[in-house]
Design a protein around this ligand. Structure first.
Ligand code: I3P
Length: 132
């Protein structure tokens, strides 16, 4: 083979614990924010937030659904990602992800280095899907 499969599929896999809250559901803004720490997996153009942060990395990256129920799954195709404006949250390092169907999520981590790697990975995922 000329190249290993991971070079062909371009899928960027990433997993870790992030703080997140949903702020809109299909275009309808939600009244209250409920931040929670959640095990989060980026794979195959889909970002999945699990119910809690306890789902371990053991199997959580490859086949998360076997181990825990996703709370939200966000299709990155047609989504947009930006740094959240200050009026969206008092927290630092907050990303805003808007899905094509009009749902919105804030994603946050106290570490700027960690949130930056998520920013890059999600942005790259969105970009790769838009090229199809
Ligand atoms: C909200 C809670 C959120 C906070 C939000 C508060 O209060 O403290 O964490 O968002 O601020 O209203 P409650 O628990 O009573 O719902 P941030 O942490 O993102 O700032 P907001 O009203 O400015 O959105």
């Amino acid at each position: 083979q000329a190249s290993p499969p991971e070079e062909k599929t371009k899928t960027l896999d990433k997993a870790g614990v992030l703080h997140r809250t949903k702020t809109a559901e299909k275009g309808k803004r939600l009244r209250k924010k409920h931040w929670s720490a959640s095990w989060t997996v980026l794979e195959g153009g889909v970002l999945t937030f699990f119910k809690d942060s306890k789902t371990s990395a053991a199997g959580g990256l490859r086949q998360p659904s076997k181990f825990s129920t996703p709370e939200y799954t966000v299709e990155l195709r047609g989504a947009t990602l930006s740094w959240a404006p200050k009026d969206k949250s008092s927290r630092k390092n907050v990303l805003e992800l808007r899905s094509r169907d009009g749902s919105e999520y804030l994603i946050q981590h106290d570490s700027e280095a960690i949130i930056s790697t998520w920013h890059k990975a999600i942005a790259q995922g969105i970009q790769e899907l838009s090229a199809d």
